[in-house]
Design a protein around this ligand. Structure first.
Ligand SMILES: [Zn+2]
Length: 447
């Protein structure tokens, strides 16, 4: 499936960066040649990314076929440890756990030893201990340190008293993320779906020390790189949506795009826990995350799409978990079918793309430089950005104003030539077209 679509000219934005010889012409001619990168791909009003967390089986058996039918792209944040054929499984990186257990008999949990003990909590040789890691990590993240220390103390006391059954038991999300193979993901990726990292074991990272955070994120990345290639090592969601500073700092060095939080000054973020609706905004973009749960009426979910389509600056990031009775807050695939068709019905105004592609587009646009030259009846345009080319490779949509006498325009970049019909807005006549950044100039002429 190929998600690139013919351009639908809808944009009303002027160039963030603009240089043009035509500036020196008569005022009536002012806009001729003026070129900008549109806010969103194809000049749409807004963007929508559908994302799934945890890779529970019904996402692929039930929700994916619904999306495939209408060629709807999406991002799957997958837990890589349970996938059959994976090299890296959950483990504790550190001292032998016997030493840590022994120490806990004489030294209570404190600021110095908490992260080590919490990192090891799931790997002490017993079943039923991972929930202590999950809860203590969450308490520690929210500043309830004493509670977290006490909980870890109670865990290690039980372990020393041999109160648990021996073995290893991962968290519920890990146990549900079974059934898909790397071969399955390879096929999904070939269709245009983004497979991205959600760590190896769905660990609670604010409760992990640096070595264990790195293991969870770096080895998950390595696994994806081995099985799917570098394109799929771009995006990541640190489990449970944490925005913990220490974790984010480490994660950014491993994955360029985190759904948890982005560092850009030009992006306003409204996270899933917030009930704020995008309002007046002084930044270039708003990322509006909304999580569909069993308590979310379909009418409300549709209103998020309407709001996004009516604004110019908004990227709606939808977060789904369980499907048809399997996984956290499972939604019905029949309801999603109706919802996805609704999103499709708004596609004149909305660009639906993967999380990675929308991030790429915004970053390329923000760092791009466009120059245009109107001379001898032809307009030449060059488009460059300063980002790493292997990672930021999306074509961008350009909007160029042309002389009012032009009805059709021939646009050529290298071997590609398109003939486009001129559109009009309050500033004049223009065309919208796709351009490859960091390539040869684009030539526009009357057709
Ligand atoms: Zn998750």
């Amino acid at each position: 499936m190929h998600f690139l679509k013919p351009i639908n000219p809808k944009c009303l934005f002027l160039a963030p960066i603009f240089s043009c010889q035509a500036l020196f012409c008569f005022s009536q001619q002012f806009v001729i040649g003026a070129t900008s990168v549109t806010e969103w791909q194809y000049g749409k009003n807004g963007a929508v990314s559908i994302t799934y967390d945890d890779a529970s089986r019904n996402q692929f058996l039930k929700a994916l076929p619904v999306m495939e039918k209408i060629k709807m792209p999406a991002t799957f944040f997958v837990i890589t440890g349970p996938i059959s054929g994976s090299k890296y499984r959950g483990k504790f990186v550190g001292r032998p756990v016997a030493e840590i257990i022994k120490e806990s008999a004489t030294t209570p949990t404190n600021d110095q030893n908490f992260l080590e003990r919490c990192s090891a909590a799931g790997y002490l040789g017993y079943k039923g201990t991972i929930s202590y890691h999950t809860k203590a990590g969450s308490m520690y993240d929210s500043g309830k340190k004493d509670k977290a220390f006490k909980l870890i103390d109670s865990l290690y006391t039980k372990v020393r008293h041999d109160d648990f059954k021996s073995g290893y038991e991962p968290c519920p999300e890990y146990k549900e993320a079974v059934g898909s193979t790397w071969e399955d993901f390879k096929k999904d990726a070939a269709e245009g779906y983004e497979i991205a990292s959600h760590s190896i074991t769905h660990a609670t990272m604010p409760g992990l020390d640096e070595a264990n955070i790195k293991y969870e994120l770096e080895k998950s990345k390595e696994e994806i790189l081995t099985h799917l290639g570098p394109k799929y090592t771009f995006s990541c969601e640190v489990p449970y949506g944490y925005e913990n500073d220490r974790v984010m700092q480490i994660a950014y060095k491993i994955y360029p795009a985190l759904r948890n939080r982005m560092p850009e000054s030009w992006l306003k973020e409204i996270d899933r826990a917030s009930n704020v609706t995008p309002g007046p905004n002084n930044k270039d973009y708003v990322q509006w995350q909304r999580g569909g749960t069993t308590k979310t009426p379909l009418s409300l979910m549709k209103s998020w799409v309407d709001t996004t389509a009516a604004r110019k600056d908004t990227w709606l990031v939808l977060v789904f978990h369980g499907i048809d009775g399997m996984g956290y807050e499972a939604l019905s695939s029949t309801m999603l079918d109706e919802y996805f068709h609704y999103i499709r019905s708004k596609e004149d105004n909305l660009w639906v793309a993967t999380f990675g592609d929308v991030t790429r587009y915004m970053r390329e646009r923000e760092s791009s430089k466009v120059t245009a030259n109107n001379k001898g009846g032809k307009i030449s345009v060059s488009l460059d950005h300063s980002l790493e080319k292997s990672m930021y490779y999306l074509p961008l949509t350009l909007k160029t104003y042309v002389p009012s006498g032009w009805k059709n325009v021939k646009v050529t970049q290298g071997k590609h030539t398109h003939q486009l019909q001129v559109k009009k807005d309050e500033k004049g006549s223009y065309v919208l077209y796709q351009a490859e950044p960091n390539s040869i100039s684009i030539m526009l002429s009357k057709a």
